[in-house]
Design a protein around this ligand. Structure first.
Ligand SMILES: [Zn+2]
Length: 245
Protein backbone atom coordinates (compact mmCIF):
# COMPACT_ATOMS: atom_id res chain seq x y z
CA UNK A 1 0.00 0.00 0.00
CA UNK A 2 1.26 3.47 -0.89
CA UNK A 3 0.07 6.69 0.72
CA UNK A 4 0.65 10.06 -0.96
CA UNK A 5 1.07 12.75 1.72
CA UNK A 6 0.03 16.31 0.87
CA UNK A 7 -0.55 19.60 2.67
CA UNK A 8 -2.16 22.85 1.60
CA UNK A 9 -0.83 26.05 3.11
CA UNK A 10 -3.80 28.41 3.21
CA UNK A 11 -2.43 30.68 5.94
CA UNK A 12 0.69 31.08 8.04
CA UNK A 13 -0.59 33.52 10.64
CA UNK A 14 -3.75 34.91 12.21
CA UNK A 15 -4.30 38.01 14.34
CA UNK A 16 -4.02 37.41 18.09
CA UNK A 17 -7.67 38.35 18.44
CA UNK A 18 -8.61 35.46 16.18
CA UNK A 19 -6.41 33.00 18.06
CA UNK A 20 -8.02 34.01 21.36
CA UNK A 21 -11.47 33.73 19.86
CA UNK A 22 -10.88 30.18 18.63
CA UNK A 23 -8.66 29.22 21.60
CA UNK A 24 -10.80 26.15 22.36
CA UNK A 25 -9.44 24.56 19.21
CA UNK A 26 -5.98 24.41 20.79
CA UNK A 27 -4.47 23.11 24.00
CA UNK A 28 -4.14 25.76 26.73
CA UNK A 29 -0.40 25.27 26.64
CA UNK A 30 -0.20 26.08 22.91
CA UNK A 31 -2.40 29.17 23.32
CA UNK A 32 -0.12 30.47 26.08
CA UNK A 33 2.93 29.85 23.91
CA UNK A 34 1.26 31.73 21.06
CA UNK A 35 0.28 34.69 23.25
CA UNK A 36 3.83 34.91 24.61
CA UNK A 37 5.16 34.92 21.08
CA UNK A 38 7.03 31.64 21.56
CA UNK A 39 5.07 29.89 18.86
CA UNK A 40 3.00 30.82 15.82
CA UNK A 41 0.21 28.24 15.86
CA UNK A 42 -0.60 28.80 12.17
CA UNK A 43 2.85 28.30 10.70
CA UNK A 44 3.61 24.64 11.25
CA UNK A 45 5.51 23.80 8.10
CA UNK A 46 8.67 23.10 10.06
CA UNK A 47 6.74 21.09 12.65
CA UNK A 48 5.24 18.94 9.89
CA UNK A 49 8.69 18.44 8.38
CA UNK A 50 10.14 17.40 11.74
CA UNK A 51 7.23 15.05 12.40
CA UNK A 52 7.45 13.38 8.99
CA UNK A 53 11.20 13.23 9.20
CA UNK A 54 11.05 11.09 12.34
CA UNK A 55 9.62 8.36 10.08
CA UNK A 56 11.77 9.27 7.08
CA UNK A 57 8.60 10.37 5.23
CA UNK A 58 8.42 13.17 2.66
CA UNK A 59 5.31 14.98 1.38
CA UNK A 60 4.09 17.62 -1.05
CA UNK A 61 3.25 21.14 0.17
CA UNK A 62 0.96 23.19 -2.05
CA UNK A 63 1.93 26.84 -1.63
CA UNK A 64 -0.12 29.86 -2.77
CA UNK A 65 1.57 33.08 -3.83
CA UNK A 66 -1.37 35.35 -3.02
CA UNK A 67 -2.91 34.32 0.31
CA UNK A 68 0.00 35.74 2.35
CA UNK A 69 3.33 37.34 1.37
CA UNK A 70 5.32 34.44 -0.03
CA UNK A 71 8.64 36.01 0.86
CA UNK A 72 7.79 35.69 4.55
CA UNK A 73 8.40 31.95 4.26
CA UNK A 74 11.13 32.03 1.64
CA UNK A 75 13.70 30.43 3.96
CA UNK A 76 11.31 27.68 5.03
CA UNK A 77 10.46 26.93 1.40
CA UNK A 78 14.12 26.57 0.55
CA UNK A 79 14.56 24.30 3.55
CA UNK A 80 11.68 22.16 2.29
CA UNK A 81 13.22 21.74 -1.12
CA UNK A 82 16.68 21.06 0.30
CA UNK A 83 15.23 18.41 2.58
CA UNK A 84 13.58 16.49 -0.26
CA UNK A 85 10.00 17.69 0.20
CA UNK A 86 8.07 18.81 -2.85
CA UNK A 87 6.54 22.25 -3.38
CA UNK A 88 3.56 22.50 -5.71
CA UNK A 89 1.46 25.53 -6.63
CA UNK A 90 -1.67 26.15 -4.57
CA UNK A 91 -3.61 28.06 -7.17
CA UNK A 92 -6.30 30.49 -6.04
CA UNK A 93 -8.79 30.38 -8.91
CA UNK A 94 -9.68 33.78 -10.39
CA UNK A 95 -12.97 34.78 -12.00
CA UNK A 96 -11.20 35.93 -15.18
CA UNK A 97 -7.85 35.43 -16.96
CA UNK A 98 -6.81 32.20 -15.30
CA UNK A 99 -4.36 31.43 -18.09
CA UNK A 100 -2.33 34.57 -17.47
CA UNK A 101 -2.61 34.43 -13.72
CA UNK A 102 -1.68 30.77 -13.35
CA UNK A 103 1.42 31.49 -15.43
CA UNK A 104 2.34 34.56 -13.35
CA UNK A 105 1.83 32.72 -10.05
CA UNK A 106 3.65 29.59 -11.16
CA UNK A 107 6.64 31.62 -12.38
CA UNK A 108 6.80 33.56 -9.12
CA UNK A 109 6.75 30.40 -7.04
CA UNK A 110 9.40 28.85 -9.30
CA UNK A 111 11.66 31.88 -8.81
CA UNK A 112 11.92 30.76 -5.19
CA UNK A 113 11.66 26.97 -5.17
CA UNK A 114 12.82 25.96 -8.66
CA UNK A 115 10.75 23.85 -11.04
CA UNK A 116 7.16 23.22 -9.98
CA UNK A 117 5.58 20.03 -11.31
CA UNK A 118 1.99 20.27 -10.20
CA UNK A 119 -0.93 22.25 -8.91
CA UNK A 120 -3.83 22.02 -6.50
CA UNK A 121 -6.67 24.53 -6.74
CA UNK A 122 -7.48 26.37 -3.51
CA UNK A 123 -10.86 25.17 -2.17
CA UNK A 124 -10.62 22.43 -4.83
CA UNK A 125 -12.40 24.75 -7.28
CA UNK A 126 -11.17 22.71 -10.22
CA UNK A 127 -12.69 22.25 -13.65
CA UNK A 128 -11.60 20.78 -16.97
CA UNK A 129 -10.70 24.21 -18.39
CA UNK A 130 -8.26 24.80 -15.52
CA UNK A 131 -6.69 21.39 -16.10
CA UNK A 132 -6.11 22.31 -19.74
CA UNK A 133 -4.46 25.58 -18.73
CA UNK A 134 -2.24 23.77 -16.22
CA UNK A 135 -1.25 21.27 -18.90
CA UNK A 136 -0.50 24.07 -21.42
CA UNK A 137 1.70 25.77 -18.82
CA UNK A 138 3.81 22.63 -18.59
CA UNK A 139 2.50 21.26 -15.32
CA UNK A 140 2.63 17.47 -15.11
CA UNK A 141 -0.15 16.90 -12.61
CA UNK A 142 -3.15 18.32 -10.80
CA UNK A 143 -4.41 17.11 -7.43
CA UNK A 144 -7.72 18.89 -6.90
CA UNK A 145 -10.41 16.31 -7.60
CA UNK A 146 -11.73 14.13 -4.83
CA UNK A 147 -11.35 10.42 -5.51
CA UNK A 148 -15.12 9.91 -5.45
CA UNK A 149 -15.52 12.60 -8.11
CA UNK A 150 -13.14 10.76 -10.44
CA UNK A 151 -14.33 7.29 -9.45
CA UNK A 152 -10.98 5.97 -8.28
CA UNK A 153 -8.22 6.47 -5.75
CA UNK A 154 -5.36 5.93 -8.19
CA UNK A 155 -3.78 8.61 -10.36
CA UNK A 156 -5.29 8.79 -13.82
CA UNK A 157 -4.33 10.57 -17.04
CA UNK A 158 -7.16 12.97 -17.91
CA UNK A 159 -8.39 13.65 -21.42
CA UNK A 160 -6.29 16.81 -21.78
CA UNK A 161 -3.21 14.73 -20.96
CA UNK A 162 -2.53 15.94 -17.43
CA UNK A 163 -2.08 13.41 -14.63
CA UNK A 164 -4.77 13.70 -11.97
CA UNK A 165 -3.81 12.58 -8.45
CA UNK A 166 -7.21 12.34 -6.74
CA UNK A 167 -7.60 13.23 -3.07
CA UNK A 168 -8.77 10.22 -1.09
CA UNK A 169 -9.17 11.96 2.26
CA UNK A 170 -9.18 15.66 3.15
CA UNK A 171 -9.06 16.78 6.79
CA UNK A 172 -11.58 19.61 6.33
CA UNK A 173 -14.17 17.22 4.87
CA UNK A 174 -14.01 15.19 8.08
CA UNK A 175 -13.85 17.98 10.64
CA UNK A 176 -15.54 20.88 8.83
CA UNK A 177 -18.20 19.21 6.71
CA UNK A 178 -18.93 16.03 8.63
CA UNK A 179 -18.07 17.50 12.04
CA UNK A 180 -16.45 14.26 13.20
CA UNK A 181 -14.62 13.97 16.49
CA UNK A 182 -11.05 12.72 16.40
CA UNK A 183 -11.82 9.10 17.25
CA UNK A 184 -14.41 8.86 14.52
CA UNK A 185 -12.08 10.60 12.03
CA UNK A 186 -9.25 8.13 12.68
CA UNK A 187 -11.66 5.22 12.19
CA UNK A 188 -12.95 6.82 8.99
CA UNK A 189 -9.45 7.33 7.61
CA UNK A 190 -8.47 3.75 8.39
CA UNK A 191 -11.61 2.51 6.64
CA UNK A 192 -10.88 4.59 3.53
CA UNK A 193 -7.29 3.39 3.41
CA UNK A 194 -8.66 -0.16 3.63
CA UNK A 195 -11.10 0.61 0.82
CA UNK A 196 -8.26 1.95 -1.34
CA UNK A 197 -6.05 -1.06 -0.68
CA UNK A 198 -7.49 -2.81 -3.69
CA UNK A 199 -5.98 -0.06 -5.86
CA UNK A 200 -2.86 0.04 -3.72
CA UNK A 201 -2.73 3.82 -3.38
CA UNK A 202 -4.48 6.74 -1.67
CA UNK A 203 -3.79 10.47 -1.27
CA UNK A 204 -4.17 12.30 2.04
CA UNK A 205 -4.60 16.05 2.43
CA UNK A 206 -3.97 17.67 5.81
CA UNK A 207 -3.79 21.46 6.05
CA UNK A 208 -0.59 22.52 7.80
CA UNK A 209 -2.26 25.32 9.74
CA UNK A 210 -4.48 22.90 11.65
CA UNK A 211 -1.80 20.47 12.73
CA UNK A 212 -1.93 21.74 16.34
CA UNK A 213 -5.72 22.07 16.39
CA UNK A 214 -8.26 19.62 17.67
CA UNK A 215 -8.95 17.51 14.61
CA UNK A 216 -5.89 18.26 12.49
CA UNK A 217 -3.57 17.08 15.24
CA UNK A 218 -4.54 13.45 14.52
CA UNK A 219 -2.10 13.71 11.61
CA UNK A 220 0.58 12.34 13.92
CA UNK A 221 -1.62 9.31 14.70
CA UNK A 222 -2.12 8.73 11.00
CA UNK A 223 1.62 8.82 10.34
CA UNK A 224 2.10 6.35 13.18
CA UNK A 225 -0.55 4.10 11.62
CA UNK A 226 1.15 4.27 8.21
CA UNK A 227 4.50 3.49 9.80
CA UNK A 228 3.09 0.58 11.83
CA UNK A 229 1.60 -1.01 8.73
CA UNK A 230 4.81 -0.40 6.81
CA UNK A 231 2.94 1.40 4.05
CA UNK A 232 5.15 3.31 1.67
CA UNK A 233 4.70 7.08 1.55
CA UNK A 234 5.08 9.15 -1.60
CA UNK A 235 5.10 12.77 -2.70
CA UNK A 236 3.09 13.70 -5.79
CA UNK A 237 6.39 14.08 -7.63
CA UNK A 238 7.20 10.42 -6.90
CA UNK A 239 3.95 9.47 -8.63
CA UNK A 240 4.80 11.49 -11.74
CA UNK A 241 8.22 9.88 -11.90
CA UNK A 242 6.68 6.39 -11.51
CA UNK A 243 4.15 7.03 -14.29
CA UNK A 244 6.86 8.24 -16.67
CA UNK A 245 9.16 5.29 -16.06
ZN1 LIG B 1 -6.44 26.03 0.00
Amino acid sequence: MRVILTHDVDSIKKPLKHVLKVRKRFSIRDVIKHVLGLKNLYNNIEDVMALEDTYGFRSTFFIPVDLFPLLEIEDILKELVRGGWEVGLHYVVESVQNRALMKIKKEFLQSIVGKVLGVRMHQLLVNIELLKIAKDLGLAYDSSYRAYEIGKFSPIVMECGILEIPIGIMDTDLFGRLMMDERKAIKYIVSKVEEAREEGIITLLFHQESIHMKGGRIYRDILEYIHRHEYKTLTCRDVVVNVNE
